[in-house]
Structures are given as structure tokens and as C-alpha cells.
Design a protein around this ligand. Structure first.
Ligand code: ZN
Length: 158
């Protein structure tokens, strides 16, 4: 069974029974990420703001994607890591007023679901042009050669 539950309980934080805690996600799977090769893992540090606010620091979100190289067509696995994400989570907040790093959740359930946030962040970091290691290395060496050649040309024409 794949673990698709990305939610964390924050009722203790809203009731001031907890002030700081840390949770590990080790093998989360999202159906919104069909290219996910294994699972999503991260460490979430929770702090309370007030009886309506919880702060989340999400560290080392790591995951592997099954990609296809746009140059040679080979399938390859890409390992990625998002070092740090910060979220301010408000109970029953107006969704229309939310800023980029803010989230609203229902105080009745006192549960914050991180699936959409993490899926969005992962999709945001998806390269438009996909390249396997071999093709990336050969294109990097071409990029390095070009400015040198340009310099030489410039020296000659001056
Ligand atoms: Zn390739």
C-alpha cells in the first residue's frame, strides 16, 4: 500500500498544548505526480504562532522523477531536493487573501494537507527541457567552448 496521506494534525498547536515539533515524511506518494519514481520525503518542523496560526518549515524535500531525455529519448531517473520551504498556515482564513507562502485550513479538523503544496513546488521545479546526464554534459561543454571562440574572434578583429 502506498502512503498518500500528506496531512498533519495541528490541534495541539492551536490549543497551545504544543509549541514545537518535528515530523518526518518518509514515503509519501501522490497520484498528481505520475512521473514520481519512488516517493516524496521531507522533514517538517511545526511551530505555533497564535490560536489561529501555525508556522511550518519544510526541510529537504527529496524525490526522484522518471524523465525522458528530449535530446536522445532515453529514460532516466532524476534525483531532486528542495532545501527549504516556509509556510504560514491560518485557520479559517479567506482563501482570496492568501499570499504565496500562506495556506488556509479548516479549524474544525485542525489538519493541514501538504499534498497540493508539495506537488506544486515539485512541478514548479520541473525543467521544460529534459536532458539526461550524458546529453547535459555534452551540451555544457559546448556552451563552455562558445565564449572562448568568440573572444578569440574579437581579438583578431580589433
Ligand atoms: Zn539524453
Amino acid at each position: 500500500m502506498k502512503d498518500t496521506n500528506f496531512s498533519i494534525k495541528v490541534n495541539d498547536f492551536l490549543a497551545w498544548n504544543a509549541f514545537a515539533d518535528s515530523i518526518e515524511f518518509s514515503d509519501k506518494f501522490s497520484t498528481s505526480l505520475p512521473q514520481l519514481h519512488t516517493w516524496v520525503a521531507c522533514t517538517i518542523s511545526i511551530k505555533n504562532g497564535d490560536d489561529k496560526t501555525v508556522f511550518l518549515d519544510i526541510y529537504n524535500t527529496s524525490y526522484e522523477l522518471q524523465n525522458h531525455c528530449d535530446v536522445c529519448g532515453q529514460g532516466y531517473i532524476q534525483t531532486k531536493n528542495i532545501e527549504h520551504l516556509f509556510l504560514k498556515c491560518y485557520a479559517d482564513y479567506d482563501e482570496n487573501l492568501l499570499e504565496e507562502d500562506e495556506l488556509s485550513f479548516d479549524s474544525k479538523y485542525a489538519t493541514i494537507d501538504l499534498e497540493d503544496v508539495l506537488v506544486q513546488e515539485i512541478q514548479l521545479r520541473d525543467e521544460i527541457k529534459k536532458m539526461c546526464k550524458t546529453c547535459e554534459e555534452s551540451s555544457n561543454s559546448q556552451v563552455l567552448e562558445t565564449p572562448e571562440q568568440n573572444n578569440i574572434k574579437r581579438v583578431y578583429t580589433q
